[in-house]
Design a protein around this ligand. Sequence first.
Ligand code: PRP
Ligand code: URA
Length: 210
Amino acid sequence: MSTFHLVDHPLITHKLTIMRQIETSSKDFRDLLDEISMLMGFEITRDLPLEEVEIETPICKTKAKRISGKKLAIVPILRAGLGMVDGLLRLVPVARIGHIGLYRDPETHEPVEYYCKMPPDIENRLVILVDPMLATGGSASDAITKLKERGCHGNIVMMCLVAAPEGVARLQKDHPDVDIYSAALDEKLNEHCYIVPGLGDAGDRLFGTK
Ligand code: PRP
Ligand code: URA
């Protein structure tokens, strides 16, 4: 089974509390999601492999370490995942970006796909799939299936902001090879499959569409 990593650094938890509040503006919501994404990126990239290289400082030659191994790709689930891309890009500016467009059908709550564009070498990269909300887990699960159809195996991690237990369970069942990083694990889903207490509709709050 995959591991669920709760990334509950005090700075992240504090910023998330502000995001949850109903009176927080779209601008502040966007800025905070960006900041949290960068902070979470530190945790997600903690185990990147290093290799030893010879360098020359102004003083002498020495051995030092630099990141080796797979290059990165960041894959946001549209729309709300877009708000997590820039924070990660500030840490890894050379990462490639793929996009998966999914929306939840308001009646069935099942994801509907409308767009998918990936870097051609996606299977050789470490893929960070990003979406602030892991509710039923349907969108994330479908997105991971799409990535696997393109050859990604054992190289995907999921990064979200708020997860519901139902979404974590669904993802661990459907994709036991994909670790999940989240800033919070909330209580449950309500009858509309929104996370409780959650933060409402992430896409609408991010883009001011409601
Ligand atoms: C939200 C969210 C996730 C999905 C989570 O997107 O950003 O993609 O719902 O729900 P699930 O785990 O039950 O699938 P939404 O469908 O509202 O689309 P939007 O980002 O375009 O608003
Ligand atoms: N999508 C959201 O944006 N919020 C939820 O709570 C659930 C799905």
